[in-house]
Write a protein that binds this ligand. Structure first.
Ligand SMILES: [Zn+2]
Length: 354
């Protein structure tokens, strides 16, 4: 795995705070892209083979990660937070979180939780929502917190503890969702830069996916693609039982055939399955209760052929998450083979297969 993956994982970037991620992504795109396009919300894409007469193809990650925003400080000096993205309060108890200033100076803290000594013998309290949690930065009063640099509107992100598991196969980190997709988009562009491909290929990252697929709307309008592939992490249920369509690590990339915002285009589904089967690339079907940027991209202009090439990931939308390197290989392999097939004729065949 290229070092860009880890580099992007380490950068804080809640929805609407993607600028530092974008700066790094731009740095990775500049040496390979023939042009770099940015929309007014902040999404960024680099293109190769841009004068091709073939289809316009986009591979997109999203730059934001779930995080929070400072909404106030109590008289006792505890920081109030608002979730940016879907997060449950109970998985954020006693967690290391960092408030970032605009210059990425760190104000570290821990989310307050009651140890059993304080709750023993008492009736069980209902679990807190994320927004009811308080971040303890060690401030002794509201004024003290302000002196330490806390301001309303700053972003809050879990401290990262990037870890490779003992078997060397899995990696635990914050923000796999979806720096994985951003790094993969660059990875695929790099693969084909200067080579003969049948399409104009753009890769990069959107903003504010976790806040309601917002960046995908404007980015897709700007890029005006024929084909848009969202590369995004989807939550696996395999450590909690699960079934054959709820995602497993080490079973290949996910064909997200249905989610509440998108029924996978049947022509795209057929094409992706055929390409994967032809090249012996492992995949699994996946049904989701969430959405990806593909859902928003498909409704751009007069419609776009979209698909999500999903990356199985455990525990996303918490402080951390786990992926398997074999699944990374499967995602990379299928994207690589797909790009080679996206010529005019294939585009027409995909369109007809509805
Ligand atoms: Zn995502």
């Amino acid at each position: 795995m290229k070092k860009l993956y880890r580099e992007l994982l380490e950068i804080p970037g809640a929805p609407s705070f993607e600028s530092h991620v974008k700066k790094h992504l731009r740095g990775a795109l500049e040496p390979i892209a023939e042009e770099i396009l940015e929309d007014r919300l902040g999404s960024i894409f680099g293109g190769i083979n841009i004068n091709s007469k073939g289809p316009r193809v986009v591979i997109a990650g999203h730059m934001d990660e779930v995080g929070a925003m400072v909404t106030g400080i109590t008289e006792e000096g505890l920081v109030k937070m608002k979730a940016l993205g879907g997060m449950k309060g109970d998985v954020f108890l006693s967690q290391h979180m960092i408030i970032y200033t605009d210059d990425l100076e760190e104000i570290p803290g821990v989310t307050a939780s009651k140890p059993p000594h304080l709750t023993r013998g008492k009736k069980e309290e209902k679990p807190l929502t994320f927004d009811e949690l308080r971040l303890d930065i060690g401030a002794e009063s509201k004024e003290h917190a302000e002196e330490l640099g806390v301001k309303i509107g700053q972003q809050i992100i879990p401290r990262n503890h990037y870890t490779v598991t003992a078997d060397g196969k899995k990696i635990i980190s914050k923000a796999w969702d979806d720096r994985f997709g951003c790094a993969m988009a660059v990875d695929i562009l790099e693969e084909f830069a200067g080579k003969d491909i049948p399409c104009a290929l753009y890769g990069g990252g959107t903003v504010q996916e976790e806040a309601g697929l917002r960046g995908a709307k404007t980015a897709t309008y700007m890029l005006d693609p024929d084909i848009f592939i969202a590369v995004d992490c989807s939550p696996c249920q395999d450590s909690f039982g699960g079934d054959e369509i709820s995602g497993k690590l080490n079973e290949g990339f996910l064909v997200r055939f249905h989610d509440p915002n998108q029924i996978m285009h049947r022509g795209m589904k057929k094409h992706i399955e055929e390409v994967a089967e032809k090249h012996g690339i492992q995949f699994q079907y996946y049904h989701s209760k969430g959405g990806t940027d593909a859902a928003r991209a498909q409704l751009s202009r007069s419609g776009v052929l979209v698909a999500t090439v999903g990356m199985p990931a455990r525990y996303i939308h918490s402080t951390t998450s786990m992926i398997h390197q074999n699944d990374y290989e499967a995602v990379r392999a299928v994207l690589k083979e797909l790009v080679k097939t996206f010529d005019k004729e294939t585009l027409e065949t995909i369109k007809k297969n509805v």
